[in-house]
Structure formats: structure tokens, C-alpha cells
Design a protein around this ligand. Structure first.
Ligand code: BGC
Length: 447
């Protein structure tokens, strides 16, 4: 069997996000975010689950970090809840700062490197009430939020991720209506995407101006859009899907422009693009220190002229599928990484999320035997290894997720954790995949 050896500097981490794990929804001054509101709308979220309690990480962070350390992770990616820091307009909440200062202190104790996501979708309701990401003013609020974080934690955080998955926070949220705030308007969706990207640029500029020298970048979710056949029609359809999920974000960040073919697609949806101001794209493409990518699956695309938006439809793949019904397709990760290097950037790339949901509820002899998740990690880490062997700069890998948590519109019904969470008792139990990763990280090698 082939062995993949990772470079000594390879950063092994695990990831979470505030709304998905913290709970303490109305404690210490936190006010609601768009997900609190969205979850309460009947039919939007599985059984109207919300983040009020989640994994109760807000109270259990010390034990959680201890477990992260015991499992051998060198890095921990988490996000900061905006409504804890700014529960109201212009009102900084010292209790919010205190929580993350304590969290960072705990990580330091175990020498775990923090990788901090500034925005992972918990937009404060007070900002949403002014238009949320469709409103250019939100860029200013984000800048204020980022500046407070840099000021308090700038020295202690070596890796900042401005945004997690702008595609989800804009297109899935304001265009497809699947995520909060659940709107379905392409003018709003493209404006939201633009403002999110602009706020990324503003935050990077601010970070440099404030004189910090650590790393700052952005995390994009990329999907390999695979043509259903070799026909010209299917390839074109996959190209449009690629424009929608990948190029719409990669092109402005790395090339300072939006893809023209996609602008035409959106113009047909009556998008006027008057939210793009002079100088915006220069700021959006401000140089970063790394690119983060989240990868889960591929999408197989067939041409379909009846689809008036992208002229395509998805075809179910023949590979095995996870509990999200996402196909396991590690080759897609390799293809994307290779393409990023060829077409977009030489910057170090971190896989800031990769993982799988499985319905692994059964505890046998004190652990959860999530062999399918082990296999998922093994295949995807091999894809990363292959990219490195071929000269690619993949600098680290953060498995998603450290523990089972709130899976957005699926509530607690999907389990992505390498650590099992009993939501009745809040007990944590590392699954087999956690121990498997522990071995891999210790050896820096996979068989
Ligand atoms: C998000 C996570 C989410 C995961 C699995 C990503 O889109 O960043 O918050 O839980 O994928 O769906």
C-alpha cells in the first residue's frame, strides 16, 4: 500500500463555528442573530431546532479544549459570535470579549494554535433589521467588529479567516432561501455576496494598517462541477455551475473581476449591479496570506434548457453517499486544488473544512464505530497528499467537525463530529475517527 507522508510543518486542526456549538443564546448580553429568528419560522429548520443550547460549549469550553489537545490537534479553528461582541449597534460587550479571551488562554495552555473565523453566519439581528448583507453599511459594521477583534486578539491569533463560505452566506441565504434569512432574490443575493467580499477586503486592509504580521485570508466553499458526459452541452452547463459556486468568488478575490458569463446570467435575473462602486474590486482582490477551502463533494451537471437560471440539473453520482446525501468524491478535491494552483494562486492553501455526516448514534464498547468517516478522511487526505507530492502547497487540514453540532437547516439531525455528543447529557465521546486521526497526526503519515 502507498504511504502518504505529510511535511513536518503540515498543520493538523479541527474546526467548529460559534452558532453551531456555543449555546448560551441569551447569556452574558448576547442578543439574537439571524439564525435564532430563522429557526423559529415553521418549516425552515428541522424540527425548529436552534442554537439556544447546542453543545453548551460556552460553559464547557475548557473540557472541550482539553479533549482537542488530548486527541493531538495542533490547531483549532473556531468562529466568534458577532452578537456577543456587538449585541447592539455601537455597544461593545466586555463579556463577549472576555469569553474569547478565556478561550484563547485555554488554547495557549495546551499550545494549540487558534485559527479564528470572524464571520460564520451569525449576523446580529439588529444589523439584519437594517438590511443585513444587502446593505453596504454592513461592511462598516463588519470593519468595526474586525477592528475590535484585532485590537484585543491580534497578537494571540496567528491565523485569521475573514469569512466562512461567502457562497452560503449570500447565494444560499438571500438567493436560494435555504439559509437565514431565507430570502429568494438574486439582486439581494449578488449584493450580499459583493458586500461580504468587500468586507473581507476592508478587514485585510485594516489588519495590515494596524500593523499585524500574522496570516489573514478567506475561506471559500468550492464544489467540483463535473459534466455528466463529455458533450459540449454538458460541459457548458458544468461551466455555468462552476461560475455560480466557484468563479463568482475566486475571480474577484484573485483577479479583481467578476466573471462576465455569470454577470450575463444574473442580468437575466434583473440584477443591475449598481452596488459595485469604483475601487471595490481592487479592495476585494487585496493580497492575502493564504486561501482556505472547504470541500465536501462534487456535483454532476447535465444540460437542461428548461432550467431558466443556469440551464442545468444535477445528476446523482454512483459513488457512496453520506448522510447528507453528498457523494464521496475525493478526486474532486485533488482536481480543485490543482486548478487553484494552475489558474488562481500560489498562496498556501489550507483545507479549512472537510468531513462527513453519518448517522452514527450507536455506542458500542465506549465508542462510536464510524468506519465510513475514517474512510472518508483517509481518501480525502490522500487527495491532499497527492497534491503536495505533485508540488502543491497544501499547508494544513482541519477536519469538520470536532464534535457533532447544529447542522444549520438540518438542526441536530446530522452528525459531522469526530466526537459524539449526547445532547441529553452533553457527554462527549470520541469516535473511532478521532482516534484514527490521532494516529495519523502523530505519524504525520497515512497508509
Ligand atoms: C459550513 C459548516 C457546516 C458544514 C457541513 C460548511 O458549509 O461551513 O458550518 O456545518 O459545511 O454542512
Amino acid at each position: 500500500m502507498n504511504k502518504t507522508k505529510f511535511p513536518a510543518s503540515f498543520l493538523w486542526g479541527t474546526a467548529t463555528a460559534a452558532y453551531q456549538i456555543e449555546g448560551a443564546g441569551s447569556e452574558d448580553g448576547r442578543t439574537p442573530c439571524i439564525w435564532d429568528q430563522f429557526a423559529a419560522i415553521p418549516g425552515k429548520v428541522y424540527e425548529a431546532h436552534n442554537g439556544d443550547v447546542a453543545c453548551d460549549h460556552y460553559h464547557r469550553y475548557k473540557d472541550d479544549i482539553k479533549l482537542i489537545a488530548e486527541l493531538g490537534f495542533k490547531a483549532y479553528r473556531f468562529s466568534i459570535a458577532w452578537p456577543r461582541i456587538f449585541p447592539e449597534k455601537g455597544k461593545l460587550n466586555p463579556k463577549g470579549i472576555e469569553f474569547y479571551a478565556n478561550l484563547l488562554k485555554e488554547l495557549k495552555k495546551y499550545e494549540i494554535m487558534p485559527a479564528v473565523t470572524i464571520y460564520h453566519w451569525d449576523l446580529p439581528l439588529w444589523i439584519h433589521e437594517e438590511g443585513g448583507w444587502t446593505n453596504r453599511q454592513t461592511v462598516e459594521y463588519f470593519k468595526e467588529f474586525a477592528s475590535v477583534l484585532f485590537e484585543h486578539f491580534g497578537e494571540d491569533v496567528p491565523m485569521w479567516i475573514t469569512h466562512n463560505e461567502p457562497w452560503c452566506a449570500s447565494f444560499l441565504s438571500y438567493g436560494l432561501g435555504v439559509h437565514a434569512p431565507g430570502h429568494t432574490d438574486w439582486n439581494e443575493a449578488t449584493a450580499a455576496a459583493h458586500h461580504i467580499l468587500l468586507s473581507h477586503g476592508e478587514a485585510v486592509r485594516l489588519y495590515r494598517e494596524m500593523g499585524y504580521k500574522h496570516q489573514i485570508g478567506i475561506t471559500l466553499n468550492l464544489t467540483y462541477q463535473h459534466p455528466a458526459t463529455g458533450s459540449e452541452e454538458d460541459r457548458m452547463a458544468a461551466g455555468r455551475a462552476d461560475g455560480f459556486t466557484n468563479r463568482w468568488f475566486l475571480d474577484p478575490v484573485f483577479k479583481g473581476q467578476y466573471p462576465e458569463d455569470m454577470m450575463e446570467v444574473f442580468e437575466k435575473q434583473n440584477v443591475s449591479f449598481d452596488f459595485i462602486h469604483e475601487g471595490d474590486l481592487a479592495l476585494i482582490s487585496i493580497p492575502c496570506d493564504f486561501l482556505g477551502i472547504n470541500y465536501y463533494t462534487r456535483n454532476i451537471v447535465r444540460n437542461n434548457p428548461d432550467d431558466l437560471f443556469l440551464g442545468g440539473e444535477s445528476v446523482r453520482g454512483t459513488g457512496s453517499h453520506t448522510d447528507m446525501d453528498w457523494e464521496v468524491y475525493p478526486e474532486g478535491l485533488y482536481i480543485l486544488l490543482t486548478r487553484l494552483k494552475a489558474e488562481y494562486t500560489d498562496l498556501p492553501i489550507y483545507i479549512t473544512e472537510n468531513g462527513a455526516a453519518y448517522a452514527d448514534n450507536e455506542v458500542i464498547s465506549g465508542t462510536v464505530h464510524d468506519d465510513e468517516r475514517v474512510e472518508y478522511f483517509r481518501l480525502h487526505l490522500n487527495a491532499v497528499g497527492k497534491f503536495i507530492e505533485n508540488g502543491g502547497d497544501a499547508a494544513g487540514y482541519f477536519c469538520w467537525s470536532f464534535m457533532d453540532n447544529y447542522e444549520w437547516s438540518f438542526g441536530y439531525s446530522k452528525r459531522f463530529g469526530i466526537v459524539y455528543v449526547n445532547y441529553e447529557t452533553q457527554e462527549r465521546l470520541p469516535k473511532l475517527s478521532a482516534y484514527w486521526l490521532q494516529d495519523v497526526m502523530a505519524a504525520n503519515t497515512i497508509e
